[in-house]
Design a protein around this ligand. Sequence first.
Ligand code: ZN
Length: 238
Amino acid sequence: MTAKRALVLFSGGQDSTVCLGWALERFDEVETVGFGYGQRHAIELEMRPVLRAKMAALKPAWRARLGQDNVITIDALGQISDTALTSDREIEMTASGLPSTFVPGRNLIFLGFAGALAYRRGISDLVAGMCETDYSGYPDCRAAAIAAMREALVLGMDRPLDIHTPLMQIDKAGCFAMAQEIGGQAFLDLVVEDSHSCYHGERGVRHDWGYGCGECPACRLRADGFSRWKSEAAREHP
Ligand code: ZN
């Protein structure tokens, strides 16, 4: 039987860190890919090797399965997007109802690059942290958009490919719960301590849910998810 190999889109954020744990439980070899595109919160890229090293130390099986890391620089994304993620504009809600952090079609671009990399690496399973339940409402996080992108990649590269999105139907509270299910308290602590979600790249203040400014949409989503998860866990295990 040939080894099952996966490529995880790993940004260093909370969602993709939980997805990496999810993949390490299921695949024989797991590679990661990260994208540099001039994001203001480039600190998350610096957390990637920290997270990979600590996750490898968490379980012997994870150490054995964790494969190479790939970093792809897509500077062009900054050129075609004038948004708060890559410029100095304030993060706010826009008239379209989306936060100004929205880079149009960003996830489709990432999946395109990841699909091409997977092809070159002989991998036919992508794992990605898109989620359609969270408030941000990026249209390229929706299951239908991911399914269409998968079909385009399969047709365009003439090679089987699956895109796994384990977080698609769960919210941030569920994401914390999944971290604990996958790797117990130690993995949950690691996700809180070392994954990075704050759009401002702020790591000065440590909250119970992790580091961040506490004010941007990503921080508020994470803080709210953590407190809901805490109260749900308290109800289940009083
Ligand atoms: Zn923040």
